[in-house]
Design a protein around this ligand. Structure first.
Ligand SMILES: Cc1cc2nc3c(=O)[nH]c(=O)nc-3n(C[C@H](O)[C@H](O)[C@H](O)COP(=O)(O)OP(=O)(O)OC[C@H]3O[C@@H](n4cnc5c(N)ncnc54)[C@H](O)[C@@H]3O)c2cc1C
Length: 272
């Protein structure tokens, strides 16, 4: 099914965008990593969100999720790996699946952590961001998984299930990937494993990796007052657009982005 709006990221910005798309009676899908892996989940106490003093991060996320579900927002758990624009629609790949929509709201928060030495050079030559997409290529061979949460563990189990010999690195402080022309080994926190492939399963991806050609300013997605980016039908909201990195700002920007995306879908959607 094709949606009017697809939201990348199920934090405060993405959920706010989604309920505002539903308020205009448009179909919206939120694609996000599990709620428990969101940065807000770690907040012990939030005191500066109007009307909810003292709320914990998990409480806030649950309440926002319930609101979105009651409003008819559809959810899909997973990580968006790349996107493509074709004939007035955006196609978004989630693992090895694809969803499409007339407009996108990018609300993936900020990507924390730098690329590892060797990552860029060996991308596509044994460095992969998706176990379900590329795992079969490495059946019966030694691979490494660098993971940061439960979903990465699940992907490591998937790889073991198809016969890969997996070395798992859990939240390493630092890694480097070695190889000439193809991956040969990885070293994380002083431990080296000889492998043919390294799956880097970070929860987020840089916006410019998801959307080649996306304009950024000072490391954040550049938007106008409608939260429109430089790409047709792509709006952005929340931490990914810049400081302050706070819930209230994310929710406000999500509202604007959701309304703008819904209006864009009405003008550019294909008979929805
Ligand atoms: C410990 C801690 C305490 C904090 N305390 C406060 C506070 O007291 N007050 C306050 O206002 N703010 C606080 N913040 C900041 C607040 O959490 C953020 O400003 C807010 O969550 C931003 O919302 P967002 O929707 O833009 O991004 P996020 O909440 O980061 O949500 C983005 C979501 O998108 C997902 N995602 C990213 N990329 C992809 C992809 N490619 N595919 C699928 N999913 C993806 C992420 O995993 C995440 O779940 C705190 C943050 C932390 C870490």
């Amino acid at each position: 099914m094709s949606y009017d709006v697809l939201v990348i990221g199920g934090g405060p910005a993405g959920l706010s965008a989604a309920i505002n798309v539903r308020a205009r009676n448009k179909q919206v899908l939120v694609v996000s990593n599990p709620m428990e892996e969101s940065p807000l989940w770690k907040a012990e106490q939030i005191d500066n969100y109007l009307g909810l003093p003292g709320v914990t991060g998990p409480e806030m996320l649950r309440v926002m999720h319930r609101h979105a579900q009651a409003a008819g927002v559809e959810f899909r758990e997973g990580k968006v790996l790349n996107t493509m624009h074709m004939e007035n629609a955006w196609y978004v790949s989630i693992g090895s699946d694809m969803e499409s929509a007339a407009a996108i709201v990018l609300a993936g928060g900020v990507s924390r952590g730098k690329k590892f030495p060797g990552e860029e050079e060996l991308l596509g030559k044994g460095v992969s961001y998706c176990a379900t997409c590329d795992g079969m290529l490495y059946r019966g061979r030694p691979v490494a998984v660098v993971g940061y949460g439960d979903s990465a563990r699940k992907e490591a189990s998937f790889l073991e299930g198809i016969g890969c010999k997996v070395t798992y690195f859990h939240r390493p402080g630092s890694c480097s990937i070695q190889g000439s022309g193809k991956v040969e080994s990885i070293t994380c926190d002083g431990k080296t494993a000889a492998v043919d492939c390294v799956f880097l399963l970070r929860p987020t991806m840089a916006p410019t990796e998801l959307f080649p050609g996306l304009a950024v300013e000072g490391g954040y997605v550049k938007v106008d007052r409608r939260m429109a980016t430089n790409l047709p039908g792509v709006f952005a909201a929340g931490d990914c657009t810049g400081l302050p990195l706070q819930v209230a700002k994310a929710v406000g920007e999500g509202l604007v982005a959701g309304q703008s995306a819904a209006a864009y879908a009405v003008q550019n959607g294909q008979g929805r």
